[in-house]
Design a protein around this ligand. Structure first.
Ligand SMILES: [Zn+2]
Length: 481
């Protein structure tokens, strides 16, 4: 039997602030263990938290960009649980008076349509530290690093509006893209600054009731989330087909075995004994504050995609790929500003540049690409001016990647300029003599033969012939003009 997949996400993203949310400690990644700590984030008795205003503003910015309702007052609560990476034995979070509720984000689909995904709420909390489990047979201890404890963490809780792994993939990409555009997080999944927790259930097609949802943690990349969706589908479908019930629980992804395993039965809000944090005052969100943050919202991804389609006449697919990362969209616009051939520049980015990017580590962006936008535009300009052929450009491009030099400089250095008429003519004569049968075909009206002759000329010149020059030359020599 086939089941319908119902998916929602809890998205956790570390906010881009220099200091932690309740104290002045640095949030820098990669410092030696337990060096970015103080009495507040170590949970020492008597230490008091003070809200980091920047973290609150970034949260509000995200909530506004995701079309949330903003309350007049937001407040913070203690979520009580015990774990070695949580020194206070509670996490400061928000239980009900969130920073934003009832919002949505639009997720662009490859065909140009849009699917709207509901946001239940957005709230600000603190990240925990990290437990490290050294590997090895004789190791019988774990280590705790509290550098991350107190890093501002924004949690975005969606409604269960996603219906397939493809929609889940599009949603995760759209969410990351939006957070990057807002510049509220560096969104590095490898470093844990963006994490997706999956809520998933199955139901019979046509059913309007939700099945029992299962929450899965420990998903550290988007491809792992997709693998997990497949594995959970199999597991839950097996249970349902045998007439069983899916248990309400939190499960953990086991990468080595490519399956989920039970972590704990799902706790309810009551288990956490939430109560308002008496150390923190309520936070009033004035209309002025909202207006001030709204004013700073950038052009958002879907608006930019539409503009790319209108202004540069790109297809929905091309415009979607170019705007899927803010760095790529900026690169494209810089290149077009330098040489106005949007379609030509788009083609180079979509093929050669993205091919390079796909071979790099996951968090690499086009800002790391050795060829500047202006230099890529310079290469396209050389083709447009017919200084070089597209074929030569394909040889110049890897040299640009290797050296970072301008296209025109490399063309000079490597002698890649196309041959002039006088050097071309004897070569064309040679080809027509060697391929006389093909030449006769062309004379007889077989236009396809031109391609073969052109191929012959290109082989002899190693691609340094300009087809726009060679074609009329051949026709003239064969008496076809
Ligand atoms: Zn601290």
């Amino acid at each position: 039997m086939d089941f319908e997949i119902v998916i929602g996400f809890e998205v956790h993203t570390e906010l881009k602030t220099n200091s932690k949310v309740w104290c002045g400690c640095s949030t820098a990644f990669g410092a030696p263990p337990n060096t970015n700590v103080c009495p507040v984030c170590l949970g020492m008795p008597g230490s008091l938290p003070v809200l980091n205003g920047k973290a609150f503003d970034l949260s509000l910015k995200t909530a506004l960009a995701m079309n949330c309702k903003i309350p007049d007052v937001a407040s913070f609560d203690r979520k009580n649980y015990y774990y070695p990476d949580l020194p206070k034995n509670y996490q400061i979070s928000q239980n009900d008076r969130f920073i934003g509720t009832d919002g949505w984000i639009d997720v662009g689909q490859p065909d140009g349509t849009v699917k709207r995904i509901g946001i239940d709420n957005i709230h600000l909390e603190e990240d925990a530290g990290k437990n490290i489990h050294p590997e090895g047979r004789a190791v019988d201890y774990s280590l705790v690093d509290l550098n991350r404890a107190g890093t501002p963490l924004l949690e975005i809780v969606t409604r269960p509006d996603l219906r397939s792994r493809e929609e889940a993939a599009a949603f995760m990409n759209a969410m990351r893209t939006l957070l990057q555009y807002l510049d509220v997080s560096d969104c590095k999944m490898q470093e844990g600054s963006l994490r997706f927790e999956l809520n998933m259930s199955l139901r019979k097609p046509g059913s309007t009731e939700y099945g029992q949802k299962v929450e899965v943690k420990n998903l550290n990349s988007m491809s792992v989330v997709l693998k997990c969706i497949d594995a959970e589908y199999e597991r839950q479908a097996d249970i349902l087909e045998e007439g069983g019930r899916v248990a309400q629980e939190t499960r953990l992804w086991d990468e080595a075995r490519s399956e989920t395993r039970s972590m704990r039965s799902k706790e309810t809000a009551n288990d956490y004994r939430y109560f308002p944090d008496p150390d923190l005052v309520d936070y009033t969100i004035t209309a002025e504050k909202q207006a001030e943050i709204s004013k700073d919202l950038p052009e958002l991804p879907l608006a930019r995609r539409q503009r790319f389609m209108d202004e540069f006449e790109l297809s929905p697919y091309d415009a979607g790929v170019l705007t899927s990362h803010i760095a790529t969209a900026n690169y494209f616009e810089r290149a077009v500003a330098s040489h106005r051939n949007p379609k030509g520049i788009c083609n180079w980015i979509m093929s050669e540049v993205l091919a390079w990017l796909n071979k790099q580590p996951e968090d690499t962006t086009i800002d790391d690409f050795p060829v500047s936008a202006e230099n890529l535009a310079g290469l396209v300009a050389l083709i447009d001016k017919e200084t070089i052929t597209g074929k030569i450009a394909k040889q110049v491009f890897p040299l640009m990647v290797e050296t970072g030099k301008e296209a025109s400089v490399l063309v000079e250095e490597k002698g890649l300029k196309p041959l002039d008429d006088s050097s071309l003519e004897p070569i064309v004569d040679e080809v027509l003599a060697e391929m006389s049968k093909v030449a006769e075909d062309l004379k007889g009206g077989k236009e396809k033969a031109m391609g073969a002759l052109m191929g012959g000329v290109m082989r002899k010149t190693k691609g340094k012939a300009n087809p726009a020059v060679v074609t009329p030359m051949i026709r003239k020599k064969l008496g076809l003009e």
